[in-house]
Design a protein. Structure first.
Length: 262
């Protein structure tokens, strides 16, 4: 049997779960980057366009291109207001179809650990970014328990169901991420942690939204109904809902930035 892989094929489901988290972290990320207005951006691994939209809302880009391998995600992205400015198109993070020095800022929002060869992905970011331009990324600290669906992952593992991880999950941790940027000879490399919280009205809302997230959904789909019921009880106990029934979850991402020499 072929190993399960994380696949993002439903822009609407991604919107319900990950986009709120992405925006929470993305706002802090952009505050930290403090980019100039009127520059050329590329959002690599743009998914359904959530971060691209955030850049359009906050940074007044001169132009912005969103690149992703999923046609379904791109179709959703093209329904966003950002599509009036942004160009969404299919592409490979390790072989971008743009000339050298095409952009002033290249970003990967929650993406670098999905790139099979992260070094090649960063090299492509640098290639298409002009000298002095910004190359930056942020990524959930999956191995450090920072993924917003960590409660699911921890309880699945405790029940003997291995959670799915991205192919380059090691770069989700701060030191490998820092070394990836430094190894690419970028200037002024900086890192920071991004911590965010999200409150759900009750556990049922949390469950219905979070069970659809790509890293856990296929694992849950393969479980028996009894095991799913057990998982639900265990996750609820781990989260300890507040007296009013609400559930607050934390997410933690690691972020890195540097500038292209020259």
């Amino acid at each position: 049997m072929a190993a399960q892989q994380i696949r993002f094929t439903d822009g609407s489901a991604y919107e319900r779960m990950m986009v709120t988290w992405s925006r929470l972290a993305g706002d802090i990320f952009l505050d930290w980057l403090a980019p100039k207005s009127g520059v050329r951006w590329i959002d690599i691994g743009c998914g359904n366009g959530a971060f691209t939209q955030l850049v359009c809302d906050r940074c007044a880009p001169a132009e912005i291109h969103g690149i992703d391998p999923s046609q379904a995600q791109l179709a959703f992205a093209r329904t966003r207001p950002a599509s009036q400015i942004a160009r969404f198109q299919p592409g490979d993070a390790m072989a971008l179809s743009f000339p050298d020095n095409s952009f002033d800022a290249a970003t990967m929002a929650l993406v670098i650990f999905f790139v099979p060869d992260p070094e090649k992905g960063v090299a492509e970011m640098i290639r298409v970014t002009a000298p002095g331009g910004l190359v930056a990324a942020y990524v959930w600290d999956i191995l450090g328990g920072g993924f917003p669906a960590y409660a699911f992952q921890a309880e699945l593992a405790a029940m003997g169901h291995a959670p799915l991880h991205p192919p380059s999950v090691a770069v989700s941790q701060m030191e490998p991420l820092r070394q990836l940027w430094r190894g690419a000879d970028l200037d002024a490399v900086e890192t920071r942690e991004i911590e965010v919280n999200r409150t759900f009205a009750d556990f049922d809302e949390f469950w219905s939204i979070t069970e659809t997230v790509a890293p856990v959904a296929p694992v849950i789909a393969a479980m028996t109904p009894d095991d799913v019921a057990t998982l639900k009880r265990r996750v609820k106990a781990r989260l300890s809902p507040a007296p009013d029934g609400s559930v607050t979850c934390a997410g933690r991402a690691n972020a890195v930035m540097g500038t292209v020499p020259g």
